[in-house]
Design a protein around this ligand. Sequence first.
Ligand code: ZN
Ligand code: ZN
Length: 256
Amino acid sequence: MSKFNEFFYKVWLPLNVVTILLLFICDINWYLVFLGWFLLGPIGSGVGSHRLFSHRSFQTYDWIEKVLAYLSTLSAYAPILFWVTQHQYHHKYTDTADDPTSPKEKGFLYSFFTWRLLKENLDKVHIMNYCAKRVLKDKTLMWFTNHFAKIIWVHVIVLSIVDLSLLLSLYLLPVLIESLRMNALNYINHLENVPFNYRNHDIDDNSYNNFIVGWLSFGFGWHNNHHANPGKVILTERWWEIDIEGYIAKLISKKT
Ligand SMILES: [Zn+2]
Ligand SMILES: [Zn+2]
């Protein structure tokens, strides 16, 4: 029996094979790569699945939630329900044996790479806090969860019909970069003695802010600030802690 979950076979493996093949035959437009990554990563995954669906750190309009759900699904990192429940484990059991992404407990390969591709974590959706229950009750979010692989492959096919170079630059490379961003965050921001790591809050876990990851990740890397106050929409506490994801969330917030 394979240890990998269905998304390893349906999405991760074939998507990476296509990416590698296209790297040999297509030109790369780095402006499109950045645009694609910014939409799928910081906006879809970061603002959508993390700050809104996992923490409900702000409220927004229904149509914006749908757009964020679509972009997060296209980021191909994880189906929304899986994203949210696994993130609850990460916050509830940070850096203990039950934390799926702790480098302290699980080591580099598991923390950086394999955790989200394994069956054991996909099956583990027991933490049903308010945010996870809200995903379960939300027909739109569950539609995106249940059609994760199909939505990604429709997108790939449509872009491939238009232009293979467009598929590579606007979609496949952004997906790859986003998975590196999230994996690097899980690993570097929970590891001691990493250059440029520091803490603003002496809390009971191994979370760190990191200058380089903080800036390059567009805010997600102010991670010790986030673990100290998971519901806070903007993570900036010191002047250099620029949090683009938080500013975008604030911008699209519904005024109540
Ligand atoms: Zn963390
Ligand atoms: Zn979080």
